[in-house]
Structures are given as structure tokens and as C-alpha cells.
Design a protein around this ligand. Structure first.
Ligand code: GCB
Length: 884
């Protein structure tokens, strides 16, 4: 909806009334928004008549792709809002708290700057008291800018740096005497647990109190610790006299909790610490509540992670903060839902990657018992020569710790992800500068927090990280390992880790990333790396999980990633999305999610993992058969599974490494599968209904009922087109009575089975990213009738181009001059396409569909013949649909 400028200052005004002590409310509703690089407030108002009306959280890249260089808008944007402040605010302080804004944010109140914040992921607060007009309307204006800035990390990373006021914004009012809100996003109270044992726990508390009034104040700081049921456990009062304008640091020591209820993933028990300020008459004037979890832990180089005296294998995920069509702007419910899904998966840890997330995430981790690592977004490289870059990194480290200091779920502070993998040459002086910055960050993290561990996630180039000191410096070494995805062999994972452990026997280590891409539309009976099939992702995680579980020295492992996420330059099966999630951007669970559940869940579980593969197609193997056998994967933590098809047992299978595979004889139509495990006298089961389209053998066995065939040409995977409810089958060679190509070979991009180029004019990338090269002809021995024969083409990138980028983080748009192909296509002798030159007539990587209607008589079947005029012909997909 767009509103005229006239409405900007007269609409959606909220009136805020003073409350005496602290009040907190969101300022999320009724903002006017306009993208503009103009930095002058008055000038921007003259620029445009219409302003879009938005509510927060708002991300201005939720649906865009408009910038040539970055693919999405990176620049300035303005938000306006009007609030009326009641005159009762005479003796109150007023603040605006931003949970984050990416990445530079300046706040103006009635046209005057109230403050500027740098960094897109940490929280910040501005005081606006002196800029407000009491008893009147006030105009709040915010400029947010997500332009690339060489002084602000991250400079580069495999995720989109989306802009906007994408988290909640709050208006907070306080008494003149209040806990300090201007301390780097913190709430002004810091809690520590100097000792925790099974017998006793001690608690220490630091607070900063400010007197913004004109008179000296005698106050009492009163703290109480209550248990999860609200019962008082212990209290302390401290009398303080605070002069006007003064900031006072208090410390309350010696709280003691006998027989503490310990915090752990299985029992995330939370106490509450409530800290109050009371005036000399005993009236409450400010109050802050914090969660308190009592636990002790360490990371051991051989035994792994130890919590409350017992070893605990940490298995969980990395998470980014995206949702489809919303970009960065998720509701708190959506954030929390992700942590609930992690918990339901059985995961006990979360790497909050690669930057601090919404406060709702750690609140959920505290409550649900998820052990978190949290980091600042220094990714891939640093700006070595900039003091501003350095100080922005250090500020972010301070903001990270101060905001989240009190969360019992945070165990590790991390920084610097994969600093040496960006294909840039590294000289000793580069390594030295990197080391210097790392030392500064590590020491600031330890200065801010003496109790938690530090970690750096490295990758691949062992010697480089060693020489830069990034292995020795932090207390935990993280490794991001993608053997079997970017690297060729899965088993190189164990090899790398065992070698590392031998070289660094005293270094605690975690696998900070490992993962493989998968798109639920892509399914394969012969999975390969980079085919983006669910089956390859399953095989990858099956291998890694087993190897990780078998190695006690690996303290923890975080799958990359929990949820698919936007990464603008990337072209996976879904362009601009990194498809390595165990869950899609719409939160559809992929098969591998259930593998984790089978490994991690303590209660009995069985899952037909591929139940999402609910539309299948296939051929009967012979004239006598009226079924087609295809595998169905089941994950379970039980020993034996029995599978039923339409109520009839297909037999029992022993579960090996949490998995059993059944060859299921699917019949045409609806197939009900039930996977059943008996546990004593109890039964658990999972159910799936698979719609199967069976082609007879031969295809014309029942001429009256032949429907259609869709082929994903030159491909080892089938592709399900959700919009048209149609499955494009794995390609096959022709045999009499059936269908297929008569010759040719599959397109390959180097060692990869599909192009990773974005294909324009379609949303069905996986269909166009494979290709049969020089097919000779395709034959379909269909019964007589009238058919639509559709042919789908796209000129793909050459193999040489694909080799260029290790991680394929950048789509390579270079035109391959070597490709020259011109060809003809004849359908049953009819000259359907002549001199087809895809590149010249349509362009590279463009979807080009054609359709031809044909009558088939005298059992001639359909023959589609390709003949070369220059180069070799290609075909990406084809379908034969009977219309009469
Ligand atoms: C990595 C990076 C992460 C990428 C991931 C990938 O090593 O740390 O940011 O998204 O690999 O998918 O390539």
C-alpha cells in the first residue's frame, strides 16, 4: 500500500503516556518507507510523493533482485513515523532500542540526529529525551544503509546482507534513576556464577545505575533470585547514594544456592534474577529480570565436551536468519519455531552463524536447553589497513558479549570464519596482520567475559591457519569440512580430523560446519555430489554423523545448515539460495532431518524419511508385472522395522546405523506405506501415502489409458515440478516397447553432474541444468493417439568455466565462446525445428520451450531426431502428453 506524502505527518500517531517506572513497548507499526540514497532528510522528503506503508520487522530486500553488481539493493533507505509524547513525561527518560538494523543506522528525532550505529546484527539504544516535544507530535526518522563498506564486517560472505529495520524496535521509558541502557545493547545488569557444583552455587551480580535527575538520590538496589516456580531462594540489598549525572557501578556478591537444580539440554532449569532500584521511600523505580542457569563445563582435547561433570556429545546445526519472501524480517514466533524444530530433531547445540541473531533465539535456547556458540561477522577477509575496520570488529565483540552475557545457553564466543579460503594470495605479512587482529579480538572477548571459551572456525588450509596462529590462539579450534561435497571423497573427512588430532593432541576441537546441498524437488536412485538430490544429502550426513559419533575427541558438530538461506551470488538447485539446509526456506523438513532425529532422539522413533517424495513415476520391468520397484529409506533408533504396503507386510529389516532401505513394489495410484517397530507390547509407526504413476511395459499395453511421460534429459535425478504437479523422470537409454535416447552422453560441468548456472525464463532450474548431449534421437513407443510433444532447451555453461570457483560462490557469467551449435529437429519425419542456434537466437542459459501436436497412427510411436549442422545437438527435457 502506498500513502501520499500529505499523510506522513498526520497518520498513525501513537500517544505514549508516562508510567513512573520502566515501560517498554514496540514501535513496530505504521512506518512509512522509501528507498533512497539521499542522505539529507529534507531532500528525501521532496524526492517522492508516495511512501510505502510498512510494519516492522521490515527487510527491504525481501523480494528484490534489482542491483546489477550485488543482485539485490544495497544502499540507503528511510523510515518515518510519528509519535505523540504525553506531557506526563516531564521527569522521565525516553530511549529507542533497536534489536538490529543492517548495517548503518542513524536515528533523527524532529529532524535532529539522536545517534548512529555501525554494524548490522548487534543491538543498540539511543536516548531521545532531550529531542522530544512533550504533549506534542514528534517525527521519528531512521536512515538505514546496507551499502558495501570496506570498514564494516562482513566484507564478503556466502549470505545476502539484507537491509532494513528487520528486528523489533522499542520505545523504553524510565525514571530519572535507572539501570544504564546505553551500555552496548546490554540491559545494565551482568550475572556470573563463580562456583557451581552439585552441592552449591554462588552468584555475583554487577549493575550500572544512572542518575539523570537534578538531585542526589538515596536508593536501594534489591536483588532476588527465584526458582522456576517463582519461589524466593535468596535476596540482597545494597544502599547507594548517587549524585546527579553520575553513573554508579554496583556489585552484589555472595548469593548462594544450596543443592542447585542444574541447567542442561535434558533439564534446562531456569532461575530468575530480578534486580530492582527502590527510592528512599521504598517505591520501585526500575527493574530488570535475567535468566539464570546453573551449570559448569569444559572442553577437553580427548574426551570432548563435559557438562556438569559428564561427557556430552554436542550435535546440532548452524542457522542463518532468513525466511522465504521475508528476507531477514522474521517474527519472534518464526525464530522460536526454528529452535523448537532443532529441539524436536534431538539437537543439543546451535552455532549462531555468522552473526548475533534475534534475542528471541537465545531466549528459546535458554528455555529449551540448546547450547549455543555466538560470533561476530568477520568472514573470509579483513581490511588489513583500516583502523576503522579494526575498531568496528572490536566494538562488535563488546556488543556481542554485553547483550548476551546473561544467557546460560551461551557457552562459546567465536570470531573470524574461514579467513584464508578466499582464493587471495597470502603472504607472511597478511598472516601476521590477521593474527594481530585475532589477538585483539580474543583478548577483548576474554576481558569482557572471563568464563566462556573462545573459538575460530577454520577450513581446508591447515598450514595457513597454523601459521596465522588461528589454531593456537582460541581455546577451541573449529573446522568447517566439506569433503564429499566441495572435496571429492567423503572419507577424507575422518582422515583430515584424525591427522589434525594427532598433530594437536591437546587442542579441543569441534566441526563447526559440514553439509551438502539438497532440493526436495530433486530425487535420485544414483546420487552424486552436486546433483542436489535429497538422496546425496542423506548419504553425506549418514557418513559424517557416524564418523563424528565414533570419535570422542570431536567435542561437537554443527551441520551446515539448519535452514536453507539466501546467498545472492550462489547458483545451487534454487538460484540465490544455499540449499544445504536440513529444512527449506519455507520450513519443509528434508529427509536428513529425520536421520538426525534417529541418531539423537532418546524416545523411540521411526520415520519414512522420504515421505516427502510423494509423487513418483516408473516403468514396470516386464509385461507380466504391474508394479515398479523403488527404494524407500527409513530412519529409526530401533533395531528392527517391518514395512507394510497397502496393509501387506513386505518383511522385516534390521536397522544398521539408524537406517533400513526397502525395495517397494509400487502399483499405479495411491500406495499406503506403514513402517512399524515393536517395542515390547508397544508399537510405534510412521505412515506415508505415495502417488505412483506406473507406465506399462510395453507402453502400449493398455492403449486406452496411456497418460504422459516427462523426461529430465541427460540426468541422474528426477525433478518434481510442484506448480504443474508433474514428475520429470531420470533419463534412460531406449529399449523396444519403452522410451529413451538412442545415443549421446550426459552433460557434466567438470566433476559435477549439472550446470550451476542460473537459467532465465523459468523457475525449474534443476530441469534445465542437465542435458543430453548429441542424443541421436529419442523414441517413445506410445499407443496411437494425438500427442503434445514438448522439447525444452537451454544452452549451458562449458565445463572449463565451472572449474574456476572452488565454492561456486559466484555465478560465472562469462560467455563461453567455444560453444557453437546449430541443429535441426525432426519429429516423425516432420521438419519441426530448423537451424536452431540457442545461443544466438535466445541467449545462453535461457529456457527455450517448444511444443508440437502430432497424430500417431499405425503403431509408429514417436521419434524425435536431432541432426547437427555445427557442433553437437543437445536437449534438456522433453515430454509426451496424450491429449486424445
Ligand atoms: C563455508 C562458509 C559458509 C558457507 C558454506 C557453504 O565454509 O563458512 O558461510 O555458506 O561454506 O555452503 O559453502
Amino acid at each position: 500500500m502506498r500513502l501520499s506524502l500529505f499523510l506522513i505527518f498526520s497518520f498513525f500517531s501513537v500517544t505514549v503516556f508516562a508510567q513512573g517506572n520502566r515501560s517498554i513497548q514496540t514501535l513496530n507499526a505504521g512506518w512509512k518507507f522509501h528507498k533512497s540514497n539521499t542522505s539529507e532528510l529534507q531532500a528525501v522528503l521532496r524526492e517522492k510523493e508516495d511512501w510505502e506503508q510498512v510494519n516492522l520487522p521490515h527487510c527491504f530486500n525481501a523480494e528484490d533482485g534489482e542491483d546489477e553488481k550485488y543482485g539485490y539493493y544495497r544502499g540507503g533507505a528511510w523510515y518515518f513515523k510519528e509519535i505523540s509524547i504525553d506531557s506526563s513525561y516531564q521527569n522521565q527518560r525516553v530511549f529507542m532500542y533497536f534489536e538490529a538494523a543492517n548495517q548503518v543506522c542513524e536515528l533523527f528525532v524532529n529532524g535532529v540526529s539522536a545517534g548512529k550505529h555501525i554494524g548490522g546484527y548487534t543491538s543498540f539504544c539511543f536516548e531521545i529525551t532531550s529531542l522530544l516535544k512533550l504533549g506534542a507530535k514528534n517525527v521519528i526518522t531512521v536512515r538505514v544503509d546496507n551499502s558495501h563498506n570496506e570498514n564494516i564486517p562482513p566484507l564478503d560472505a556466502d549470505f545476502s546482507f539484507m537491509g532494513g529495520l528487520y528486528r523489533d524496535v522499542y520505545l523504553i521509558t524510565t525514571n530519572n534513576v535507572h539501570f544504564d541502557l546505553l551500555n552496548n545493547g546490554s540491559n545494565g545488569v551482568f550475572i556470573e556464577t563463580p562456583t557451581v557444583t552439585e552441592q552449591t552455587a554462588t552468584v555475583r551480580l554487577r549493575a550500572t545505575i544512572k542518575n539523570d535527575g537534578k538531585a542526589k538520590q538515596k536508593i536501594l538496589q534489591y536483588t532476588r533470585i527465584t526458582d522456576a516456580g517463582g519461589k524466593m531462594i535468596t535476596t540482597k540489598s545494597t544502599a547507594v547514594t548517587i549524585l546527579p549525572g553520575q553513573i554508579y557501578q554496583t556489585e552484589q556478591n555472595g548469593f548462594s544456592i544450596p543443592n542447585p537444580h542444574l541447567w542442561s539440554p535434558d533439564s534446562p532449569y531456569l532461575y530468575t534474577v530480578t534486580t530492582e532500584i527502590r527510592d528512599s521511600k521504598g517505591h520501585l523505580i526500575d527493574q530488570i529480570s535475567n535468566p539464570l542457569g546453573l551449570r559448569w563445563y569444559t572442553f577437553d582435547a580427548n574426551k570432548g565436551f563435559i557438562l556438569n561433570g559428564k561427557p556430552l556429545k554436542l550435535i546440532g546445526v548452524n542457522r542463518h536468519q532468513y525466511y522465504s519472501h521475508q528476507g531477514f524480517a522474521l517474527s519472534n514466533e518464526q525464530h522460536v519455531h526454528d529452535i523448537e524444530l532443532l529441539k524436536q530433531m534431538g539437537g543439543n547445540c546451535l552455532r549462531i552463524a555468522h552473526y548475533p541473531h534475534d534475542p528471541a533465539i537465545l531466549e528459546a535456547c535458554d528455555r529449551l536447553g540448546i547450547i549455543a556458540t555466538e560470533e561476530i561477522p568477520i568472514v573470509n577477509y579483513i581490511n588489513e589497513n583500516s583502523n576503522d575496520f579494526r575498531s568496528n570488529c572490536l566494538n562488535m565483540a563488546v556488543e556481542l558479549v554485553r547483550r548476551d552475557y546473561n544467557h546460560p545457553s551461551v557457552f562459546v564466543w567465536a570470531y573470524m570464519n574461514e579467513m584464508l579460503n578466499n582464493n587471495k594470495p597470502k603472504k607472511p605479512e597478511n598472516l601476521r596482520r590477521l593474527n594481530k587482529l585475532a589477538i585483539s579480538i580474543d583478548s577483548i572477548l576474554h576481558k569482557e567475559d572471563k568464563n566462556r571459551f573462545t573459538m575460530i572456525p577454520n577450513a581446508e588450509w591447515f598450514e595457513g591457519y597454523r601459521d596465522a596462529g588461528l589454531i593456537d590462539l582460541p581455546q577451541i579450534c573449529g573446522w568447517n569440512i566439506y569433503e564429499g561435497w566441495y572435496g571429492e571423497k567423503l572419507s577424507d573427512f575422518e582422515q583430515f580430523m584424525d591427522t589434525f588430532h594427532k598433530k594437536y593432541p591437546n587442542k579441543p576441537v569441534m566441526i563447526t560446519e559440514y553439509g551438502a546441498g539438497a532440493d526436495p524437488r530433486v530425487r535420485s536412485f544414483a546420487p552424486e555430489r552436486f546433483d542436489f538430490s535429497m538422496e546425496y544429502q542423506n548419504a553425506y550426513h549418514e557418513h559424517y554423523l557416524k564418523a563424528i559419533m565414533e570419535r570422542p575427541y570431536i567435542a561437537g558438530a554443527f551441520a551446515w545448515a539448519f535452514v536453507d538461506f539466501f546467498a545472492e551470488p550462489r547458483v545451487d538447485a534454487t538460484p540465490h539460495v544455499n540449499n544445504k539446509g536440513l529444512i527449506t526456506l519455507d520450513r519443509e523438513l528434508k529427509d536428513s532431518y529425520f536421520l538426525y532425529q534417529a541418531y539423537l532422539q532418546k524416545s523411540p522413533m521411526v520415520s519414512i524419511a522420504s515421505k516427502g517424495w510423494e509423487q513418483r513415476e516408473g516403468s514396470a520391468a516386464s509385461m507380466e508385472e504391474d508394479f515398479c520397484k523403488q527404494p524407500v529409506t527409513i530412519y529409526s533408533n530401533q533395531q528392527e522395522i517391518e514395512l507394510f504396503l497397502q496393509g501387506k507386510s513386505l518383511g522385516k529389516k534390521t536397522v544398521v546405523d539408524n537406517k533400513a532401505v526397502f525395495e517397494v513394489p509400487f502399483a499405479n495410484g495411491s500406495n499406503l506405506l506403514e513402517a512399524v517397530c515393536k517395542i515390547g507390547s508397544n508399537v510405534i509407526k510412521d505412515v506415508a501415502t505415495i502417488q505412483f504413476r506406473l507406465w506399462d511395459f510395453p507402453l502400449n499395453k493398455h492403449p486406452e489409458s496411456f497418460p504422459s511421460i516427462h523426461v529430465n534429459a541427460g540426468s541422474n535425478y528426477s525433478y518434481y515440478d510442484k506448480k504443474n504437479h508433474c514428475t520429470w523422470m531420470v533419463d534412460q537409454p531406449y529399449s523396444r516397447g519403452s522410451w529413451g535416447y538412442t545415443s549421446g552422453k550426459r552433460y557434466r560441468a567438470g566433476s559435477r553432474p549439472a550446470s550451476q548456472r542460473e537459467i532465465s525464463c523459468t523457475a525449474d532450474e534443476p530441469l534445465y541444468q542437465t542435458q543430453q548431449i548429441d542424443p541421436g534421437s529419442y523414441r517413445f513407443d506410445v499407443p496411437d493417439g494425438t500427442y503434445e510433444v514438448s522439447l525444452y532447451f537451454a544452452e549451458l555453461l562449458s565445463e572449463a568455466q565451472m572449474q574456476k570457483s572452488l565454492y561456486n560462490l559466484t555465478a560465472d557469467a562469462t560467455v563461453d565462446k567455444a560453444v557453437k551449435r546449430i541443429f535441426n529437429v525432426d519429429i516423425n519425419g516432420y521438419p519441426f525445428l530448423r537451424n536452431l542456434n540457442l545461443k544466438e537466437q535466445y541467449g545462453e542459459a535461457v529456457a527455450v520451450p517448444f511444443k508440437y501436436i502430432i497424430d500417431i497412427r499405425d503403431s509408429e510411436g514417436i521419434e524425435i531426431k536431432f541432426s547437427a549442422l555445427a557442433g553437437v545437438p543437445v536437449i534438456n527435457a522433453l515430454s509426451v502428453v496424450r491429449i486424445k
